[in-house]
Write a protein that binds this ligand. Sequence first.
Ligand code: FAD
Length: 377
Amino acid sequence: MTDRDRLMAVAAEAARRLNAVAQAGEAGRVNRQLIRALADEGLLGRVFPASAGGKQPARLSAVDLCLVREGLARESTAVENALTIQALGAYPIVVAGSDEQIRRQVIPAVRGEAVAAFALTEPDAGTDAGALALRAERVAGGYRLSGVKAFISNAPDADFYTLFARTTPDTRSRGITAFIVAGQASGLKGTALSLISDHPIGRLELDGVFVPDGDVLGDVNHGFAIAMRTLDLFRASVGANAIGMAQAALDAAVAYAGTRLAFGRPIKEFQAVSHRLAEMATRLEAARALVYSAAEAYDRGEPSVGRRSAMAKLFATETAQQVIDASIQVHGAVALERGHLLEHLYREVRAPRIYEGTSEIQREIIARDLFRKTTQN
Ligand SMILES: Cc1cc2nc3c(=O)[nH]c(=O)nc-3n(C[C@H](O)[C@H](O)[C@H](O)COP(=O)(O)OP(=O)(O)OC[C@H]3O[C@@H](n4cnc5c(N)ncnc54)[C@H](O)[C@@H]3O)c2cc1C
């Protein structure tokens, strides 16, 4: 067994153990007990550097993040979501925070004592995040923030938000600053949203929320780069989450094909079924290869990482959707019953094609890279 296999197995075993805690949570809301348990199992520590209370050396390895996410997703999407949203919420502080901000915010998040969330998207600024409009006005000792954030994972229950707001009008991505906003801040109102899956997610309304200077993250007007650096680290790992779910679906389909009888024989004896399974396994393996090669490129700091992560996220999330759909086809009607693993995965696999850069935007990144090369030739 390689170190990689071991890390994925550790994550998968932990997810199996934590699944009962995950199931006990309220659908669509933060499960604090689960986040605490993820810390107790040492899993949160595995995705943070030692300087922020974690077990990773100087910086987080994208490969390790992928291994943990794939291992968790194979066993429990709720456990996987809880770990990832917590890490995504705290990472802008790892990227740009002062030692004091890391001590105050990130270390409690790694211990599972504080719930984090990443707040970039707005009702009129999703893919086009540089158009965000939530205003941050300079006042004595800090800023007052007003506006709306939408589709924020872990909202409205989070203890703090790494939140991106406009400090300079009409400058698009050059006029955005990152802030740490307390979940209990006066003037902050949140509402839960209910999606197709049980993802904890909500909307935030800020009405003159005061944020002290000590909670500005990095340099004023340089917050967009903090958001992008965070998302660059996570992009390939969205693909790892997707292939974890797809692997669970494929395993279920292979097992079912061996036991389900039709016309007096197991359905795996029909070539239409067995070749479909072979195709699913092949595509899934190709997706996995792309994901881990993009994560390795990230860890090596290669310049091609933007294109490769885009390819990995695009191919893995689209493939996972196809594999889960095909697994349902192999099962027939039984997979559509509420509560069936595949009914659950069918709902869960949809969002990764949208969040952290839609499939269309990944194609845009890949195409731009192709044309940049053509122009250089
Ligand atoms: C489950 C879930 C969790 C999320 N969690 C978070 C979170 O924690 N924090 C956060 O900040 N956000 C979060 N989001 C929001 C997510 O990042 C946005 O939904 C995403 O960026 C897309 O924005 P949008 O939904 O506004 O779609 P839009 O930007 O309105 O896009 C609509 C369509 O237009 C296409 N499109 C737009 N521009 C282009 C273009 N230039 N070229 C080609 N096609 C284009 C898109 O690809 C898409 O098909 C979450 C979303 C979901 C579903």
